[in-house]
Write a protein that binds this ligand. Sequence first.
Ligand code: NAD
Length: 249
Amino acid sequence: MRFSDKVAIVTGEARGIGKAIAVRLAKEGAKVMVVDKNPDTPKDTVEGIKKDGAQATAIAADMTKAEDVHRMVQATMEQFGKIDILVNNVGLFTFEPFLDTKEEWDRLLTLNLKSTLLCSQAVLKEMVKKSYGKIVNISSDAARIGVTTMGSYSAAKAGVMGLTKTLAREMARYNININCVCPGLVDTQMTADLVAFAPEMKEKMIKAVPFRRLATPEDAAAAVCFFASDEASYITGQSLSVNGGQAMF
Ligand SMILES: NC(=O)c1ccc[n+]([C@@H]2O[C@H](COP(=O)([O-])OP(=O)(O)OC[C@H]3O[C@@H](n4cnc5c(N)ncnc54)[C@H](O)[C@@H]3O)[C@@H](O)[C@H]2O)c1
């Protein structure tokens, strides 16, 4: 199995893409720290993983708060003794015309970019000691192609891509790979909530995809697990779109 003896933290794992990543990593042998700000739902992810015979523990923590991030790293070290893989998955998008945007900038930059900065710094301190690590950041195709009414989100996710490249350069000397997965539109609860008010928008989005379907969380998880594996040991600072061909780079 690709992740035998590996310890992984995935942030925002109660549902959606994060849950699919946690389940896939565990299926392939990883011990997983399941992190979500929602204190109840991570237990579902953990129980599902344990039913399949793998190891997982849940912690309720808010990845935008330094003290919670520190607590998460400490809990992982106490439970599993090391951290090999970090997936910075926490994030949120909303639709708002740029000229109307005020407070949303701070909220989206904090959730998408600051959480990635905080978690990366805290976990890298442990990875550097072992001279081993894989970080996979979840950005978005919105950062690569631009999406009308997603200005703050696109800016935050472009920040995640910039951080990925810089950290990839700084951390290569410690044998640490840092890459980015950029999903197109994925069929998750967050997407369902947002398009509920305009079903025709979803149809339009699907028509723009050559495969004529949204991505599944598992499509994104497959790309994340590739970057998290030793098969990608000579790949760093890269961004991979998982978008059904909607945009080609
Ligand atoms: N859904 C899409 O179409 C899509 C497309 C491109 C990129 N993405 C990105 O993928 C990632 C996951 O998206 P999703 O659709 O699965 O989201 P989701 O809302 O379905 O799940 C996100 C999870 O993160 C948790 N969470 C939110 N804020 C948190 C915080 N501060 N600390 C800890 N946990 C927190 C939530 O409780 C939730 O369980 C995000 O970064 C998102 O921007 C999503």
